[in-house]
Design a binder for this molecule. Structure first.
Ligand SMILES: C[S@@+](CC[C@H](N)C(=O)[O-])C[C@H]1O[C@@H](n2cnc3c(N)ncnc32)[C@H](O)[C@@H]1O
Length: 300
């Protein structure tokens, strides 16, 4: 079987979930099954709910994990919706390795890469919004907003103007060529940040992450390890801030004169004071792991 994605921080993920010896783990982003397979091998008594919004990934993982048929449940769904369905299951672990898989990036028809002949970038092909509609139909203001917020591009007005002056675009390749002429930060392709911004918008990536964390925070889950692997600072900031909030006993507004919330709201403990990042050896073997960061929280 030709596996199109190398899982990041695999040893670290194994370690984080090593003590779970019964119940379920939710793999929110099963992708090509790398993390799930390793956990199923390591933890022989657990079952995994394997979720992904990409049907191609689900079909692949079903085949890859066939030998664990009686210990896996597959869900073609957005991870923001997964907990409501499994709220009554004994869930002791939640893993989300958010971002794009190598197959999504490398397969030209998916439209994520600079050489792609389509302009798509949807993780779920049923999504109405695609890169084509964002790039060709968004107003100047809306384009500027996403380039600024999701791409953190200083020159967002110039980039938006260039997109508008050259549209309509038929492919990611055409778009990348126009963006390349604008130049930008040294060492990174000038299309990298605009592509990141468009992809985040198309897939509502930050909204999904916020909703997943909110669903965990509002759940009644106990004794559950939550590990989120993110790939850029916008996501990492959300995870870091949420874990800090979860840890707090007092949830009174910051200006409150005295505490009247009961001071007993902590959901558990932050396990990783600093995020776990890949070792140099992993970065060499898998350069895409370079920007990954894992943060872990233990619900009490
Ligand atoms: C980095 S890959 C995961 C790779 C996987 N851990 C493995 O070992 O093969 C990220 C996956 O998350 C999925 N994904 C991203 N956002 C999602 C969401 N909101 N809901 C469900 N799946 C999502 C993508 O479709 C992609 O397959």
């Amino acid at each position: 079987m030709n596996i199109p994605h190398v899982p990041v921080l695999l040893d670290e993920v194994k370690e984080v979930f090593s003590k779970i010896d019964y119940g379920y783990i939710i793999d929110c982003t099963v992708g090509y099954g790398g993390h799930s397979e390793t956990l199923l091998e390591q933890n022989p008594n657990i079952k995994i709910i394997c979720c992904d919004r990409d049907i191609e990934a689900i079909e692949f993982s079903k085949k890859r994990l066939k030998r664990f048929e009686d210990r896996t449940i597959f869900e073609h769904a957005k991870f923001s919706t997964i907990l409501e369905k499994y709220a009554n299951y004994p869930i002791h672990g939640i893993l989300a390795d958010i971002g794009v898989s190598s197959l999504q990036l490398d397969k030209s028809s998916r439209g994520f890469g600079f050489e792609s002949k389509t302009l798509d970038m949807r993780m779920d092909s049923k999504n109405i919004k695609s890169a084509k509609s964002v790039v060709n139909e968004y107003s100047k203001n809306k384009l500027e907003e996403i380039l600024k917020e999701y791409g953190e591009i200083r020159d967002f007005k110039r980039v938006a103007k260039n997109i508008i002056d050259n549209r309509p675009f038929k492919s990611s390749q055409e778009l990348a060529m126009v963006l390349k002429k604008l130049g930008g930060k040294p060492k990174i392709h000038p299309a990298t940040l605009p592509f990141q911004a468009i992809r985040i918008e198309v897939n509502n990536e930050l909204g999904e992450l916020n909703e997943l964390l909110e669903s965990i925070g509002n759940s009644k889950l106990q004794n559950c390890v939550v590990a989120i692997i993110s790939f850029h600072s916008l996501e990492d900031r959300i995870v870091k801030k949420t874990y800090k909030f979860w840890r707090q006993n007092c949830i009174c507004l910051s200006g409150a004169m005295r505490c009247d919330c009961g001071n007993n709201h902590s959901l558990g403990a932050i396990i990783t004071k600093k995020p776990i990042t890949p070792k140099i050896e992993e970065e060499k073997i898998n350069p895409r792991s370079r920007s990954s960061k894992m943060r872990v929280f233990k619900l009490k």
